[in-house]
Design a protein around this ligand. Structure first.
Ligand code: SF4
Length: 459
């Protein structure tokens, strides 16, 4: 494969993580804890396969009729009193958000967990516009203080010890030195409450866009998103066009399913459905509710007959946590918002295929991801379709495409395959694969005689 900057950076980051025992221990510990929780969470289902089938069917239905559902959702959202802004890409979305900030003279924004805002790097834009942005989710808030990239999929980029958090709060926010864990919680809660109460605008993501009621469904365990969006006078929601489900009735399927796979619980503690801004007589809630609906490359995925199914993802992160590659290199190594098998499928189409195609090769194709996906996405097959797409579109080097052609010819003919002896075959394997196989792995060697030859001799 051609070595581009993204590929080179990915490989370098992977090598750093693999050769760092502390990092390896942290990844294994976090994933093992998660696996145990998910196992417990799934115990609530007698017939999990039926539930997964139903969830997959509903999400596929929406993706296959996306135009109809988007219009239905928009109509209902508008009649609830909300405003919709359509954005073709990240730049359009950020431009529109900057206009809202300017018009309303916003100086402080509280933001709660949102993958899509990470996808479009919104925080940096807001910072450049001179707005103070505070992440209200505690883990994100600590990561923000540390200047780390936020990660909402699979394992966190970094797990901070109490001492590290206390040090961060002391150096960045002037808290007393050496706070205990209880004092850390008290300090953080007080600090965030003050910021939430004084912010003019909130920005949140969402888990589902509910078409038949024009509603926004958000599920969480700590009520942070609920508090974040209740107080500021403007609420901005940033969502991808693929987050739709047909009906509110489907939430009794999707909410427990997501909670089981994401956090290993039968259902999360706080589940909110937002249908419009604050109405007359209501005490809390935003006066203005704006939804930015983003395509940002999703249409490129939708165009692909096979890979389209990846848009049915509900963002549980389960495929990442079972992936042997992800388990070894961790989430941050991917350098992308969406990581693990699902990220490897959609990122090349959502960004630049040539630059991110290497992610589709970062898989052993073991199929564990397919086995665990709550909406039955055939992830490992889609990774193969991505590789096929790369070859068809000429995103491989001339040497590579010649080797593939030669191999296809040889592998389709028993006679050709047996023609060279094993020594010659091993020389060919060494010559053609040494570079891509890497220095860390041993190249396989062929046996002196093939199975076919041995069988013939036995007869
Ligand atoms: S592809 Fe499936 S397992 Fe992976 S994050 Fe999406 S829903 Fe979860």
């Amino acid at each position: 494969m051609e070595i581009n900057t993204e590929y080179k950076d990915f490989t370098e980051r992977a090598l750093q993580v693999i050769s760092n025992p502390e990092k390896q221990e942290q990844i294994v510990l976090t994933i093992n804890q998660h696996e145990k929780r998910v196992k417990d969470g799934l115990n609530q289902y007698d017939k999990l396969s039926v539930v997964r089938q139903r969830a997959g069917y509903l999400k596929n239905k929406v993706i296959n009729e996306l135009d109809r559902y988007l219009i239905e959702f928009e109509d209902n959202f508008l009649s609830n009193g909300g405003k919709v802004i359509w954005a073709r890409d990240a730049n359009e979305a950020k431009l529109e958000i900057k206009k809202i900030i300017k018009k309303n003279q916003i100086t402080r924004i509280v933001k709660s967990k949102s993958m899509v805002t990470e996808e479009i790097s919104l925080n940096q834009t807001l910072k450049n516009a001179g707005v103070e942005v505070i992440e209200s989710d505690t883990a994100d808030f600590i990561a923000q203080l540390a200047g780390e990239r936020l990660n909402h999929m699979g394992t966190p980029n970094r797990v901070y010890s109490n001492e590290e958090v206390a040090e961060l709060l002391h150096t960045k926010l002037g808290a007393s030195e050496h706070l205990t864990s209880l004092e850390i919680t008290e300090f953080t809660m007080e600090y965030l409450s003050e910021k939430i109460a004084s912010a003019e605008m909130s920005i949140t993501g969402c888990n589902f866009l509910v078409s038949d009621i024009g509603g926004i469904a958000i599920t969480e365990n700590e009520s942070i998103a609920l508090t974040t969006m209740s107080l500021p006078k403007i609420q901005l929601i940033v969502a991808g066009i693929d987050m739709l489900i047909p009906s509110m009735e489907n939430l009794d399927l999707f909410w427990p399913l997501l909670a089981s796979y994401q956090v290993g619980e039968p259902v999360t503690a706080y589940n909110s459905i937002i249908t419009g801004p604050k109405k007359e007589g209501e005490r809390v809630g935003p006066e203005e509710l704006i939804l930015v609906l983003i395509d940002n490359g999703r249409s490129n995925v939708l165009e692909q007959e096979k890979q389209r199914q990846s848009l049915t993802c509900i963002g549980c992160g389960a495929c990442a946590n079972v992936c042997p590659v992800y388990k070894l290199v961790g989430g941050a190594t991917y350098g992308t918002t969406y990581q693990g098998p699902i990220g490897a499928i959609i990122t090349p189409f959502m960004r630049d295929f040539d630059s991110f195609k290497h992610l589709s090769y970062a898989s052993t194709l073991c199929g564990k991801c397919d086995a665990v996906c709550p909406v039955n996405i055939p992830l490992h097959n889609l990774l193969l379709y991505n590789r096929n797409y790369a070859v068809k579109k000429g995103f491989v080097t001339l040497g590579e495409s010649r080797r593939i052609r030669w191999m296809t010819k040889a592998m389709s003919s028993r006679k050709l395959l047996d023609m060279p002896g094993s020594t010659l075959k091993n020389v060919f394997i060494r010559f053609s694969m040494k570079k891509s196989w890497g220095n860390q792995r041993h190249l396989p060697t062929t046996a002196p005689k093939s199975f076919n030859q041995l069988l013939k001799e036995k007869k």
